[in-house]
Design a protein around this ligand. Structure first.
Ligand code: PEP
Ligand code: MG
Length: 325
C-alpha cells in the first residue's frame, strides 16, 4: 500500500471513471512548506498565514512576509498556492495586535473583520502577497467573509495596492486570484451573489459546522452535535458548490471534512474541485478518489440530502461504495 501511495505522487488525481480533482495541502508551520515538494500535494489549498505572525515580538514587515510567500510559491512548483490573509480573533490571539476582550469572541472581531478594522496591517500583507504573486500561481483568500460588501471592500484594497505597486514599478503577477472562504452560514445563503465577485471559494467546514449548529468546535460538552456528515452540512456544501459552478468558479474545501473517508465520495459526487488536507492525508485521499466511480455515486447526493441523520448518510455511502474499496 505504501509503495502504491508513493507512485501516486507522480500521477494526476483522477477517479476510476475519469473525473479530475485536485488534492492540495493545508500548510501552517515552516517545516510543512519544506515537506511540500515531496508530499505529493498538488499545491497548497490553505496557507494559514497567521503562523508567520506567531512567537515574535513585532509584526513581520512587508519584506519579511514577501520572502516567506515567495518561498512558498517556489516550493509549490507551479501549482496553485492559496494564502489565507490573517485569521485571528476567536480562539487565535496575537500579542502584537491586542484585541479587546469580548463576551463572544467567536461572534466578534475575527478573520477579515480584523483586517478591515486594521487596514495598515492588511495593506502590508496584501502588498507582500502581490509582490510574491510574480513568482508563481497565487490565490489570495479572505477568511470569515459574512457579506458581499465586506468581500468587495477587501477586493478593492487588493486592487488599490496592486495599482500602487505598478506605479512604483514593482512587478505583480498577472494571473493571481482573489477568493473567499465560505465558513459563515450567511455566506452560504448568499453564495450565488458572492460567486459573481470571488474567483473561487474554499469551504471552511471547521467553522461552518460550528456556526450551522451553534456548537463551539472546542467544547466537549456539545461535541455530539458537531456532525460533519449531517444533511444540514451536506446541503450547505452542495449549495455552495452549485452557486460557484453556476458562475464558472472553482470550489475547494479545506476543513477536516475533506479527510473523512465517508465524506470524500459525497464531496466528489457533488463536484468539489479541490480537497485541501493536512500533508499526511494527501496521498490517502488521492488514493481513495482514484477508486471512486463518480457517475455511479450521483444518486447518492439526492438520497443523502434527504436523509435525517449522519447515521443514515453513512449507511447510504457504505452501501454505494462497498465495491469501490
Ligand atoms: C475552517 O474553518 O474550516 C478552516 C479551514 O479554518 P480554521 O480551522 O483555520 O478556522
Ligand atoms: Mg475557519
Amino acid at each position: 500500500r505504501l509503495r502504491e501511495l508513493g507512485v501516486l505522487k507522480h500521477q494526476d488525481t483522477v477517479s476510476a471513471d475519469g473525473h479530475h480533482f485536485e488534492v492540495a495541502a493545508n500548510v501552517a508551520l515552516p517545516r510543512e512548506s519544506d515537506e511540500l515538494a515531496t508530499s505529493g500535494a498538488e499545491g497548497v489549498g490553505l496557507f494559514r498565514s497567521e503562523f508567520l505572525f506567531l512567537h515574535q515580538d513585532t509584526l513581520p514587515d512587508e519584506e519579511t512576509q514577501f520572502q516567506a510567500y515567495r518561498k512558498l510559491l517556489l516550493a509549490a512548483n507551479n501549482h496553485r498556492v492559496v494564502v489565507r490573509t490573517l485569521d485571528i480573533g476567536g480562539d487565535k490571539q496575537l500579542a502584537q495586535v491586542p484585541l479587546e476582550r469580548e463576551n463572544n469572541p467567536f461572534l466578534g472581531l475575527r478573520g477579515l473583520r480584523v483586517s478591515l478594522a486594521y487596514p495598515g496591517l492588511f495593506r502590508t500583507q496584501l502588498r507582500a502577497l502581490l509582490r510574491a504573486s510574480a513568482y508563481g500561481q497565487l490565490a489570495i483568500m479572505f477568511p470569515m467573509v459574512a457579506t458581499v460588501d465586506e468581500f468587495q471592500q477587501a477586493q478593492r484594497m487588493v486592487d488599490q495596492e496592486k495599482n500602487r505597486l505598478t506605479q512604483e514599478g514593482i512587478p505583480v503577477g498577472k494571473e493571481y486570484e482573489v477568493g473567499a472562504m465560505v465558513e459563515i452560514p450567511a455566506a452560504v445563503a448568499m453564495a450565488d451573489q458572492l460567486a459573481q465577485y470571488a474567483d473561487f471559494f474554499s469551504i471552511g467546514t471547521n467553522d461552518l459546522i460550528q456556526y450551522l449548529f451553534a456548537v463551539d468546535r472546542g467544547n466537549g460538552q456539545v461535541a455530539s452535535l458537531y456532525q460533519s456528515l449531517h444533511p444540514a452540512v451536506l446541503r450547505a456544501v452542495k449549495q455552495t458548490i452549485d452557486c460557484a459552478h453556476a458562475e464558472g468558479k472553482w470550489v475547494g474545501l479545506c476543513g477536516e471534512m475533506a479527510t473523512i473517508p465517508t465524506a470524500v465520495p459525497l464531496l466528489a459526487a457533488m463536484g468539489l474541485d479541490e480537497f485541501s488536507v493536512p500533508l499526511s492525508q494527501v496521498l490517502p485521499v488521492r488514493s481513495q478518489i482514484r477508486r471512486l466511480k463518480v457517475r455511479q455515486l450521483q444518486p447518492l447526493i439526492h438520497q443523502a440530502l434527504a436523509a435525517h441523520s449522519p447515521a443514515e448518510v453513512r449507511a447510504l455511502v457504505d452501501q454505494l461504495t462497498s465495491h469501490m474499496k
